[in-house]
Design a protein around this ligand. Structure first.
Ligand code: NAD
Ligand code: SER
Length: 312
């Protein structure tokens, strides 16, 4: 598959701010159109685009002759519980507008990250397969699950090449995370690297699946480029690199910062974490598009610390 003009929505966010340079390196700067409702003014390619505005989405796809969309614009889990109406609007109307405009503009591929948020308290806790009980109890999870189904529907009904993967918590250092439940992991590493202690908003034993950003970017590219004939799934691939509890992360950080200490004071985000699984079965991604993460917990923490030190 060749990608001539790639639009990234939500490009100012945690993933988008790294995906744009990554795709620019792979495909060439001129092929990438970063967009966001809060554009990054330092990049001349950036366009202001609110995905909930259907006319603007249509116009942008037509004007820039977009043939590929990485649709990242969304409201994440914790922010979604603070403002469920906004989460519904951005995650559902935004997704609908992107899919509708993609069909009209004959877009070749729409790739949308989904999330472990699609799972709920009835889902088994460990090694969760793609097809399982998925009854999310957050607005975020409900919208992400519906977005997966919308992608499948647009594929079946209109032949749109909609693809997606369920990311676990993503750890990175370049751009602050956007208000999710797994953000504690990034905050804890950053505070430890600053020589400070950290008050964690989850319990010390809340195990969640995680992934380091370079593996997430690689996964997005691999899924985008996967041969259609190999895909048995489309919008709901599980991916994860390792699972960790806050206490295990604290212990890992103590290897570098022996005086580092975390305290645990769970807030409203604890019930979100409690509703999510501790580990995922990513075998379909391995079989169907060669998913192969390179960073385990140790390598992630080590690389984060190296970069946080050099960016001081
Ligand atoms: P983020 O919150 O960091 O970035 C989202 C971006 O969307 C922000 O820059 C925001 O300004 C933009 N946005 C919000 N409303 C918009 C609108 N109406 N129109 C256009 N842009 C709008 O999120 P992220 O972490 O980069 O996540 C990107 C995608 O990956 C989301 O779909 C999210 O559900 C998914 N995901 C992320 C993680 C993670 O840990 N970061 C995990 C699982 C899934
Ligand atoms: N990291 C995301 C969140 O916590 C998972 O989708 O919302």
């Amino acid at each position: 598959m060749t990608f001539e003009k790639i639009m990234v929505t939500g490009a100012s966010g945690q993933i988008g701010s790294e995906l744009v340079p990554f795709l620019s390196e792979v495909f060439g700067k001129e092929r990438i159109i970063p967009s966001d409702v809060r554009p990054n003014s330092t990049d001349p390619r950036f366009i202001a685009l609110d995905v909930t505005d259907r006319t603007s989405v249509d116009r942008a796809m037509d004007k820039y002759k977009i043939d590929t969309v990485f649709h990242l614009a969304a409201i994440l889990s914790a922010n979604g519980e603070k403002n469920p109406e906004l989460a519904y609007k951005v995650n559902i109307s935004g997704m609908y507008n992107i899919l509708e405009s993609a069909v009209r503009n004959k877009v070749k591929l729409v790739l949308t990250p989904s999330s472990i948020g699609v799972f709920g308290p009835d889902t088994p806790k460990e090694n969760v397969p793609i097809e399982t009980i998925a009854r999310p109890v957050t607005m975020y999870g409900i919208t992400k699950l519906l977005a997966e189904h919308l992608g499948n529907y647009y594929h079946a009904r209109f032949g749109l090449n909609a693809r997606g993967l369920r990311f676990p918590g993503l750890i990175s250092y370049k751009t602050a995370p956007g208000g999710g439940t797994t953000d504690y992991s990034i905050e804890m590493i950053i505070e430890a690297a600053k020589g400070k202690n950290y008050k964690c908003f989850l319990r010390e034993n809340s195990k969640l699946p995680m992934m380091y950003m370079p593996d997430a970017l690689d996964s997005l590219l691999k899924l985008a480029e996967a041969e259609d004939s190999r895909l048995k799934h489309r919008t709901d691939f599980n991916v994860a690199s390792f699972s960790v509890t806050p206490k295990e992360l604290e212990t890992e950080l103590k290897k570098y910062f022996p005086r580092f200490q975390a305290t645990y004071e769970p807030d409203f985000r604890q019930s979100i974490a409690d509703s999510w699984p501790g580990s995922l079965d990513a075998s379909a991604a391995v079989t169907e598009w060669d998913f192969h993460p390179n960073y385990n917990l140790r390598a992630t923490v080590e690389d984060m610390i190296i970069h946080l030190k050099t960016s001081k």
